[in-house]
Design a protein around this ligand. Structure first.
Ligand code: ATP
Ligand code: MG
Length: 230
C-alpha cells in the first residue's frame, strides 16, 4: 500500500509499446516534486495520454519504471494506487442520478455539508441552487440539463471531495464562453492546490499556470520548463 503519500513522481527511462516495435514513449525521464503541476502538451499521437495511462497503471512500462514516493508502482496494488489518484477526464462523466450523487461519487461517506462545501469551493453552488430541485435535481448521463462548463465544475467538485494526492486531468477541448472559462480557471486553482497534478492541457491559461510544461513529440520530451522559459 501507499500510506499518506507526498506525491513525488519519477519516470525513469520509460519506454512503452502498445504494439511491438512501435514505441509510443521512447525513453521518458521526468522528475516531479510533490505539489507540482505539470502540463503535458504536444500534437495528437505524441504520447500525452500514454503517460497518463502508465501513471494510473492502465498499462505498465515495456522498459524503465514509474516511481511514486520512491516506490515502483508495480509493487503497489492497483487499488491502493488508484485511491491516491484522482482522474478528471475530457468527457467529464455524469451518470443518471442527482447532482448530489454525482458529486459524492467516490466518497459515498461524504455528508451533505461536505458535498456543498466542495461545490462552493469550485463555485458550482450557485448554478446548482438555480436548478429545479437544487442538489436533488436528477440529471441524465447524456441529458442537456447541464452545460459543458457546468459538467466540468461538477467533476471538479467531485475530485475535490475525493481529495487525492495526485490529480490527472484531461482538459476538455470544448469551447466555452469567457465567463465560464474564468470560473473554470479559478476552480482549477482551488482543485490543484497542494496536489501533484498532470494535466493534458489545451487552454493557454492552464499552460501558463503550470509549474512545468512538458512538450512531447513522437514519444519523446522535446522541451520542458516554465511558460516563461519556453
Ligand atoms: P491526442 O492529442 O490525440 O489525445 P496523445 O498525445 O494523447 O494524442 P497517445 O494517445 O498517447 O497520444 O498516443 C501515442 C501513440 O500511441 C500514437 O501513435 C497512438 O496511435 C498510439 N496508441 C495510443 N493508444 C493506443 C492503443 N490503445 N493501441 C495501439 N496504439 C495506441
Ligand atoms: Mg490523448
Amino acid at each position: 500500500p501507499l500510506p499518506a503519500i507526498t506525491g513525488g513522481i519519477r519516470f525513469n527511462q520509460v519506454v512503452f509499446e502498445y504494439e511491438k516495435g512501435r514505441p509510443a514513449l521512447k525513453g521518458i525521464d521526468l522528475d516531479v516534486r510533490p505539489g507540482q503541476s505539470i502540463a503535458l502538451v504536444g500534437h495528437t499521437g505524441s504520447g500525452k495520454s500514454t503517460i497518463i495511462n502508465l501513471l494510473s497503471r492502465f498499462y505498465d512500462p515495456s522498459r524503465g519504471s514509474v516511481v511514486i514516493d520512491g516506490h515502483d508502482i508495480r509493487e503497489v496494488t492497483v487499488q491502493s494506487l488508484r485511491s491516491q489518484i484522482g482522474v478528471v477526464l475530457q468527457d467529464t462523466f455524469i451518470f443518471s442520478g442527482t447532482i448530489r450523487d454525482n458529486i459524492r461519487f467516490g466518497r459515498l461517506d461524504a455528508t451533505d455539508e461536505e458535498v456543498e462545501a466542495a461545490a462552493r469551493a469550485v463555485d458550482a453552488h450557485d448554478f446548482i441552487m438555480k436548478l429545479p430541485s437544487g442538489y436533488n435535481t436528477e440529471v441524465e448521463e447524456r441529458g442537456n440539463v447541464l452545460s459543458m462548463g457546468q459538467r466540468q465544475l461538477l467533476s471538479f467538485a467531485r475530485a475535490l471531495l475525493a481529495n487525492p494526492r495526485i490529480l490527472i486531468l484531461d482538459e476538455a477541448t470544448a469551447s466555452i464562453d469567457t465567463e465560464t472559462e474564468l470560473k473554470i480557471q479559478d476552480a482549477l486553482k482551488v482543485l490543484l492546490k497542494g496536489r501533484t497534478s498532470f494535466i493534458v492541457a489545451h487552454r493557454l491559461s492552464t499552460i501558463r499556470n503550470a509549474d512545468k510544461i512538458i512538450v512531447l513529440d513522437h514519444g519523446q520530451i522535446k522541451e520542458s520548463g516554465t511558460h516563461r522559459e519556453l
